[in-house]
Design a protein around this ligand. Structure first.
Ligand code: NAD
Length: 301
């Protein structure tokens, strides 16, 4: 049994913390939101008064926060986690943040004498609930080895991507593929509709042909072919378009810093930006198909 402080009990953090409790760990959770703390309490997670009080005496401090600025503030702000924890505590950040913030967090942790890991996830709320997340880890070997058993209680696949920040790099690249491929699949269905193809016919062909990809076969943007996809549920997230836009913007910032050409990534960012501005922020990102369908005949994105 490991004593774990879990900071950020939102859509992802709550089910992840619940899986740590189920695995027999001693979890103390904190979130700014009283509603999130209440849900955590109902799920059997002990609530702490602050992040710092959860971190005091913990062997592992795990964060699942919205963005880089929240991570840096939680680590180093007033009553911060790094100052509260004992030296040599393992800090695991599972949030998706920009690579620069990940480096700043690692450096602050090292300065405070901690082990640290960036370990963003893929698999969404469904994967967090089922304990089947994929973790992409950036860390030195000793921190990675220490984090592995904790991550194993929340996921099924743990990939050591490299040193500090490498997990965030992998996450950003993966989600750029996802954003681009969801638009490609959506465009194909919209074109198929215009050409008189049924959704079923296009799905049956493409899912058995070279157009096959996760956006088609696991998360199909039209209702019917994949029973669990948000298209069957009025595009309730799932993975909100606002978060996809955030990840695409992170990919473009990283591409600019690194001098990489990501023309489709840039175009996908613009399309999701327009979808979000048109009211799609809280819809599942596969709802971009409705935006593309509506754009036909009007101004093309
Ligand atoms: P969320 O907004 O539901 O939860 C974040 C929580 O963090 C909120 O409850 C907020 O109150 C809390 N918080 C912020 N700062 C805090 C602080 N200093 N101390 C304590 N609590 C604090 O977001 P989410 O959907 O759970 O996503 C969390 C992270 O996981 C994001 O970085 C997101 O990009 C990533 N992610 C999300 C999904 C998904 O499908 N939702 C999938 C993969 C990765």
């Amino acid at each position: 049994m490991t004593k774990i402080a879990f900071i950020g009990l939102g859509n992802m953090g709550l089910p992840m913390a619940a899986n740590l409790v189920r695995a027999g760990h001693d979890v103390s959770g904190f979130d700014f939101s009283a509603a999130a703390l209440q849900r955590a309490w109902e799920a059997g997670i002990a609530g702490a008064e602050s992040g710092a009080s959860a971190a005091k005496g913990a062997e592992v401090v795990l964060t699942m926060l919205p963005m880089g600025k929240h991570l840096i503030e939680a680590y180093t702000g007033d009553n911060g986690l790094l100052a509260a924890a004992n030296p040599k505590t393992l800090f695991i950040d599972c949030s998706t943040v920009d690579i620069e913030s990940a480096h700043v967090a690692h450096e602050a942790a090292a300065k405070a004498g901690m082990l640290s890991v960036d370990a963003p996830v893929s698999g969404g709320v469904g994967g967090a609930t089922a304990g089947t997340l994929t973790f992409m880890v950036g860390a030195l070997d000793d921190a990675f080895n220490a984090a592995k058993p904790v991550l194993a209680a929340m996921g099924k696949k743990i990939v050591h991507c490299g040193d500090a920040g490498a997990g965030q790099a992998a996450k950003i690249c993966n989600n750029m593929i996802l954003g681009v491929s969801m638009i490609a699949v959506s465009e194909a269905f919209v074109l198929g509709e215009k050409l008189g193809l049924s959704h079923r016919a296009l799905f049956d062909v493409a899912s058995n042909s070279s157009g096959q990809c996760w956006s088609l076969t696991s998360y199909c943007p039209v209702p019917g072919p994949v029973a669990t996809s948000p298209a069957n549920n009025s595009f309730k997230p799932g993975f909100a378009a606002a978060l996809m836009l955030k990840d695409l913007k992170l990919s473009q910032a990283a591409a600019e810093n690194a001098g990489a050409t990501t023309a489709l990534g840039l175009h996908a960012t613009r399309i999701f930006d327009a979808f979000v501005a048109a009211g799609g922020a809280d819809k599942d990102f596969s709802g971009v198909i409705e935006f593309l369908r509506a754009a036909h005949g009007g101004s093309r994105p």
